[in-house]
Design a protein around this ligand. Structure first.
Ligand SMILES: [Zn+2]
Ligand SMILES: [Zn+2]
Length: 162
């Protein structure tokens, strides 16, 4: 099998190994870790070969849409960092001056790319908003990098590729 043929199969939404069309599937459990951060997905939508040769993103933009949703939209309580070094509360938009309260566990639901919603749970360094009391992941540059790495680890653990 030449790489060109494998690439063509991939473009057609077929398994690169056997050429059978990939079918939508939901993974019951998918967990990744990096440092003190743990991420888990519930009912993660993927495309999979019926013979388990490979698993691919449900949509070409899935990875970037998921990252965008985690850090920039609501759904899962993660602090916003739109302005450099200024952390804002995910719930009320208030300034987070508090440096952190240690590890927290949060959960939420992600809705992207017209897909049915799926669950996300995150454990990692957290903070509590002094304004509204929302407990959330404190998305410093360091913890954001760890969340992204934990996501890569989770996808790697189930053989999920773009
Ligand atoms: Zn296959
Ligand atoms: Zn708040």
């Amino acid at each position: 099998m030449s790489w060109v043929e494998r690439w063509k199969r991939s473009r057609r939404g077929e398994c690169r190994v056997c050429g059978v069309a990939l079918a939508e599937e939901r993974l019951a459990d998918c967990v990744g870790r990096c440092g003190g951060v743990r991420i888990s997905f519930d009912s993660l939508p993927v495309r999979a070969c019926p013979s388990s040769h490979e698993r691919r993103y449900i949509h070409p933009e899935f990875g970037s849409a998921l990252t965008d949703a985690l850090f920039h939209s609501s759904g899962v309580p993660v602090s916003r960092t739109r302005t450099r070094d200024r952390h804002r509360c995910r719930a009320c938009g208030g300034r987070l001056s508090n440096p952190g309260i240690g590890a927290v566990h949060v959960r939420g639901s992600i809705e992207i790319l017209d897909l049915p919603p799926f669950g996300v749970e995150l454990s990692g360094p957290g903070t509590c908003c002094p304004g509204c009391g929302q407990v959330q992941i404190y998305a410093t540059r360091e913890s954001s990098d760890k969340i992204a790495e934990a996501m890569v680890d989770a996808f790697r653990s189930v053989g999920l590729k773009p």
